[in-house]
Each structure stands twice: as C-alpha cells, then as structure tokens.
Design a protein around this ligand. Sequence first.
Ligand code: NAP
Length: 494
Amino acid sequence: MERYREMAGENAFFTALKTGEILLFWMGKQLLPPGNLFMAIASINPTTGETLQTFTPHSDADIEDKLAAAQTAFERYRRTSLDRRAQWMRAAADLLESDSGKFARLMALEMGKPIQAAVGEIKKCAWVCRYYADEAPNFLTDVSIDTDARHSFVRYQPLGAILAVMPWNFPFWQVFRFAAPALMAGNVAVLKHASNVPQCAVTIEKIFQEVGMPAGVFQTLLVESDRVEKIVADSRIQAATLTGSEAAGSSLAATAGKHIKKTVLELGGSDPFIIMSSADLDKAIETGIQARMLNNGQSCIAAKRFLVADACADEFQQKFLEKFQTIQMGDPLLEDTQLGPLATPQILQDLHWQVRESVEKGAKILCGGSPPNDSQGNFYPPTILTDIPIDSPAYREEFFGPVALFFRIPDIDTAIAVANSSPYGLGASVWTQEETEIERFINELSSGSVFVNGMVKSDPRLPFGGVKLSGYGRELGREGIWEFVNIKTVWIGE
Ligand code: NAP
C-alpha cells in the first residue's frame, strides 16, 4: 500500500471499506476496483470509470486442468494437416470480419480505443490469420541442404504449449499476431492477457472455439501476473512470449531461463521520428501526428521523440502545434473521436507524473500538460514538450500517452546520437530525400526497424521486434513463425 501511496503522491487517498477491501483514489479517480489491491481482474470503462464486469481468477485446480488439456490437445493437433489448420484459421478470419463491430466495441468499452481504430485492429487480425493460413506451408516446408549425406535437410516441427503473456493496448492484435503463426506451426497456446481486458481475453478464446479449433488448442487463463512464474516453470509449457514492460519481460525471462525455455520479448519503445531539412514537411507532420496519437498514444511503436533539423524546426513546431490542438478528444464510441481516454487511471497518473517531473527539470509545455478536472474518465490532452533536459524523464523514458517530445538537431550525427541514446530500440521513422542520409540511418540506428518517409507499423509480412530494452526475438513474417518451432536437422547417409 505504501508503494501505491508514494506513487500516487499527495493527491491520493485510501478508503477502507467495512468488508476490509481497499479503494485507492487519485484526483477523484478510483485507481483499482474494490477488492484486494493486487488481485483485480476486472473490466472498467476508462471513459466513465464504471466497473463493467469482474472476474474470479482461475484456481490452481483450473490451471492444472487447462495445462493438462493443452498437453492432450497438442498430441493430436500436431498431427493435423496444415490444410486443416489453415481452414480453422481462415474461419477465424471470417468470424473476426463478420463481427468486427461487436469486437471493436468491446475494446472501446474495456480499454478506450477509438471505435474506428478498433475496427481496423480487428480487420488486421483477420489479415494475419489469412496470411499465415496461406504462407505457413511455404515457411514450414523442408529445406534441403547439400552436404556429404545422401540427403540432408531442415524440418520445422512444433514445440508444444506456448504461453503468451499479453498487454491491453492492442487486446486483439497482440494475441492474434502471436496465435496465427504459433497455431499454424502446430503448437497449442495458453493466453494470460492483461488483467484489465478480461472480456477481450475470454472472447478471443470463444472465437477459436466457435470456428471448431479442437478443445485445448487455444485457452485463456484468467490469472494475475504473480501467478505467471509457476505457469512458466510448469513442464508442460515449452516456451513463452511476453509483450509488455521491461519489468514483466525480465521477470518472465528469468524464470524461463532458469528452466531452459525459449522466450520472445516485445517490450517498450521510445521511437525517434527524425525529420531532416530535405523532408516533405507537411507529409511528415501529418504522419507524425498520426504516429504519435496511435491508440491514444499508447503504442510501443508510436513516434515519441521528434528530432527535427534546425533548418525546419520552427516551421515544423508551429504547424504541428496547430494541427495537434485540433485533435478531437472524447468518447471512443463516437465515430469522430480521435483521442479516447487512457486505459487505466494508473497510466494517466504515471504519464502526468512524467510530464510534471520533466517540467520541473526544465522542459517547456507547448500545449496540454494536465488532465481535465471535469471528467470521470482517464483523459489526457494532446501535449507537447520542448527544451527537454537530458536528466528528465522525457529524455530517457517511454511516454505512454498523447505527449510529443520535441528535440532540435543541428546535423545527422546528432540525430543518430540522440536517437540511439534511448535505452530502447524498437522502431525509427526517418524523413529525408538524401540517399546518403538514408543509408546512414539504416546502418547506424539501433532499432529493430527503420521506416523511411513513412510511419513505423507492424505488417504480417514483415518481421517485428526490437533490440536493447525493447526486447528480442521477432514476431510476424517468416521469422515470426520460426520462433516457436524445433528447427530439426536431418542427415541421411547411404
Ligand atoms: P505490463 O504491465 O508489463 O503488462 C503486460 C502483461 O504482462 C500483462 O498481461 C501483465 O499482467 C503481465 N505482467 C505484468 N507483470 C508481470 C510479471 N512480473 N510477470 C509476468 N507477467 C507480468 O505492461 P503494460 O505497461 O500494461 O503495457 C504496456 C507496455 O507494453 C509498454 O511498455 C509498451 O511499449 C509495451 N508494448 C510492447 C509491444 C511490442 O510489440 N514491443 C507492443 C505493445 C506494448 P497484469 O495485467 O495482470 O499485470
């Protein structure tokens, strides 16, 4: 409790209920639902603060049943044909598309995603299902290699039950981009989703059930994060993937390492968006705003740090500011809303602390900078910080919300140095017409991807992942399906 009081600061107060349950409030917002502070699996509408549904976590006996079911399912499922798996995957794509409005609404209600973006997310899930249904046979086909053998080749075989620990920010996409390749490769999946999106978690399990995937092939575990360690250690789990914070990734990987299990980690990012003087400035500004505001600013690959060449920095700042201030903030269920609430009061509180602390260190606020005090929801306005000191959170931390950080850079050497000074290395977007600059950015930026004259985005056809504190391993593309397979060498003599 003291940890929460310290984090929440002077605006926080606690209320003990007669039942012994504790409520924590911050600036009039309830931070956690009634119940044990550390054991809450609940849907709480971030627009209104209303608790939509609470869930009783699965018991240890439930988990035991599910892991046993996964094990049993794997023995049969691994023997199903790729054609059969592809039929299920395509059926899942069809169902996602036909009920896209329903699933999108669920995300808007549970974590505040603007409805248009939510529909887009569901369509992308359908795309990744079809992509792997089509491409898995190519990616998994035997590869012959000439050696001294009569025949030597590589065969790709499934590993077994894979645990996926997923975040709330893209509640469907994060799960499907893991599940489509993992299941097409013949693995079975157990999902531990973020505790604030349990309805999405349960719905995804139902989607796979409804299209006829055999029982046990995809299961959702409703568990709190402190129970993940035991699940990772269980001998029926062969490998694990986690998308989320460094703390969570490090904890899961430590346990997996102890038990010699492979992991993929997709962690945070503070992507640079670099604009050189030859850039198409209007296009860069339009794209930059879109890239910063993606998912209410809560995306790992959002453009977070804008590094702008001195020569065009004034014009960039003025035009960006004008457009940024017109962004429509409001109810995510309304079609014209561009910026919904942050997913939880905790995220709002963390973001505001980072802004205040950066300002205290010397950063200047160009717009925004504090939450509206007339709202029940977790709203934070579009905010721009300039003159960012090197010792401030804005310089080194990930800002998970609608806050753009501006830096002026005198030349490409400084742009690369500032971009690489982040402990993260997920994506980078660079804007220039100069071929020599493009080559330098591609070669010298420490990131899992470089997008030139475009925004960083995930695409089923392209590998996705990071370096440094952004994690390791790759999702999507050919590389994504190879993360959770046994790459078996076969050597046959005369
Ligand atoms: P988080 O707290 O780490 O939560 C992510 C998931 O990990 C949740 O399911 C969470 O469960 C679980 N978890 C938390 N602590 C854990 C632990 N010690 N052991 C095992 N599991 C644990 O992450 P978040 O802050 O909600 O999510 C945002 C972060 O994810 C950002 O840093 C963002 O950049 C990153 N992200 C990265 C990518 C990528 O592809 N690289 C994509 C999206 C998001 P509970 O909810 O029960 O705590």
